[in-house]
Design a protein around this ligand. Structure first.
Ligand code: HEM
Length: 137
């Protein structure tokens, strides 16, 4: 249930942009992981480092979108707010499992990291598409 008219256009626009950027960076993460999985050497290490940095391209907009949703969309779009918060939680979990694999060598977390990536992607695409509908009506 969404009460579009109750949300100022600037908030709708900002939320759509933030979820769009988050979604774009999820795709970047899939791309960069494909460059280091199953390979070794300097190039693989460089791609891992890139993968670690571009994780923030997902984390930062997901955080801002969740805060914006809780502050300004909670009443008008409760489901979308829930999805935005779930995306933030999943993105934090995704980054944490990635760091644990890389730094603590907890390779057993790799299946969790890969499956959680699918969850992150689903939530990001859902939030992005709904935010576009909320923006344009
Ligand atoms: C969805 C968003 C994703 C985020 C936010 C994310 C985040 C991270 C981070 C922060 C690291 C640590 C990198 C470092 O500093 O060395 C990492 C490692 C890793 N990620 Fe991701 N990741 C994502 C998606 C994926 C996907 C789609 C795959 C593969 C299908 C993947 C596979 C891996 C693997 C295998 C490692 C461990 C690399 C190593 O051996 O050290 N990640 N991830």
């Amino acid at each position: 249930m969404t009460d579009r008219a109750a949300v100022p256009p600037g908030v709708r626009r900002a939320f759509a942009i933030l979820t769009g950027i988050a979604t774009l960076f999820v795709f970047v993460q899939f791309f960069t992981s494909g460059e280091f999985i199953g390979t070794h050497g300097a190039a693989a290490e460089s791609w891992k480092a890139v993968h670690g940095v571009t994780a923030y391209g997902l984390l930062v907009p997901a955080l801002l979108a969740a805060v914006l949703a809780v502050v300004a969309l909670r009443r008008a779009a409760p489901v979308l707010t829930g999805v935005a918060v779930a995306l933030l939680v999943a993105a934090v979990g995704q980054t944490a499992t990635g760091e644990l694999i890389s730094r603590a060598h907890l390779d057993s977390l790799t299946p969790v990291h890969v499956v959680l990536a699918a969850v992150v992607l689903s939530l990001a695409v859902w939030a992005s598409m709904r935010s576009a509908t909320l923006r344009r009506g």
